[in-house]
Design a protein around this ligand. Structure first.
Ligand code: ADP
Ligand code: MG
Length: 352
């Protein structure tokens, strides 16, 4: 109807995956419009965001590690908790404004669905609502990340059959079994990709007396890292600072030693998956024998991750299509059905 078309013109619905490493924004009817690192550059010792509040995302990440002493780059969601409210607010505000400016108009007040880790506290939820409202949102709904991931992966979440999703991101791993549109069992673990980077840093320090930065560690993990032997063993030349002489130095490392160093964080993730499986009702467990486990999040791309998970659980484990955008696409699907489904969500109206 012309009236609906007309009204839609002034309506803007936005879905946001507020991740510990990356934030993605999608706009209803358009798709993903923004995909940037969850990083903010501030003046050291203050919460003052540089460049009039615009040193966020890609701009801030470029400053990481290369900033002069007076500037630091912060990941406010680093451990899946909101470590710094003011900086999170500045970041969320920047992303909402940017998406509004390119896909809508700056005076439209959007409805926003934000996917948050399932383990966040009431205080943290409040902070997310407030940030989004201050950034100009008309209504704010929070969607638990495992639900968004399952929707984005195209799992039959509404059906009376269990689906299991393991979303391994940077700061957190979200593990959940869903049935009838809701979460039956879940665990939010603060071990994920960042811990693997740290494991690589400490391996280099212990074995080679070589200090490397977090970005180098992440590159090593992605280029030659693995959870299980995949038959394509590689080597890599790594540069850093010698801890004894203090001088720049390089060395060659193998995928085998990196796999060994990643064992501990991977072990913690697998233990948590087993715990969630143990807590499932027998009927749900029975469904999982056929349905298997779906892996999402950037860290599910680590070579052999699906293989070790299958070995440990005896279930079929599959990485979903495009695991880095899965949660954002899930929020977009939620927006399509916002009018029917919004009753099932926590919204700012409940929090007041
Ligand atoms: P979050 O939802 O917490 O923001 P993401 O799902 O965006 O996290 O995933 C980011 C994590 O995925 C980072 O730790 C990154 O190093 C890791 N990652 C991305 N690509 C790969 C890859 N090909 N292999 C291993 N890890 C990867
Ligand atoms: Mg995520």
């Amino acid at each position: 109807m012309w009236f609906d078309d007309f009204a839609n013109w002034f309506r803007l619905d936005m879905g946001i995956d507020l991740g510990t490493c990356n934030t993605l924004v999608c706009v209803r009817g358009v798709g993903i419009v923004l995909n940037e690192p969850s990083v903010v550059a501030v003046r050291k010792g203050t919460n003052e965001v540089l460049q009039n509040g615009n040193a966020v995302g890609i701009v801030a990440k470029e400053m990481l590690g290369k900033t002069p002493g007076s500037i630091t780059a912060i990941r406010p969601m680093k451990d899946g908790v909101i470590a710094d409210f003011e900086i999170t607010e500045a970041m969320l505000g920047y992303f909402i404004r940017k998406a509004k400016a390119t896909h809508g108009s700056s005076f439209i007040r959007p409805r926003v669905v934000i996917s948050v880790p399932s383990g966040i506290t009431a205080v943290e939820k409040r902070a997310v609502y407030n940030s989004a409202e201050r950034a100009g949102a008309r209504r704010v709904y929070l969607l638990e990340e495992p639900k968004a991931a399952a929707l984005g992966a195209g799992l039959p979440v509404g059906e009376p059959s269990a689906s299991m999703i393991v979303d391994i991101g940077g700061g957190t791993t979200e593990i959940a079994i869903l049935s009838l549109g809701d979460i039956a069992v879940c665990e939010s673990l603060r071990v994920a990709g960042d811990d693997m980077d740290e494991a690589v840093v400490s391996h280099m320090r212990r074995t080679y007396n070589l200090m490397i930065g977090p970005q180098t560690a992440e590159r090593i993990k992605i280029d030659i890292g693995s959870a299980a032997s995949t038959g394509d063993e590689k080597t890599m030349e790594v540069r850093g600072r010698d801890m004894i002489s203090g001088l720049p130095r390089k060395t060659v490392i193998t995928s085998e030693e990196i796999r060994e160093s990643l064992k501990e964080p991977i072990g913690s993730i697998i233990e948590a998956v087993l715990r969630v499986l143990e807590h499932a009702e027998p009927e749900l467990s029975a469904d999982l024998v056929d349905n298997g486990i779906h892996l999402a999040g950037g860290t599910s791309l680590l070579r052999g991750m699906d293989k070790v998970m299958s070995q440990a659980t005896g279930l079929e484990c599959r990485v979903v299509d495009d695991p880095l955008t899965c949660v954002a696409r899930g929020t977009a699907m939620f927006l399509e059905h916002l009018s029917e489904w919004k009753e099932t969500l926590e919204s700012d109206a409940d929090a007041k």
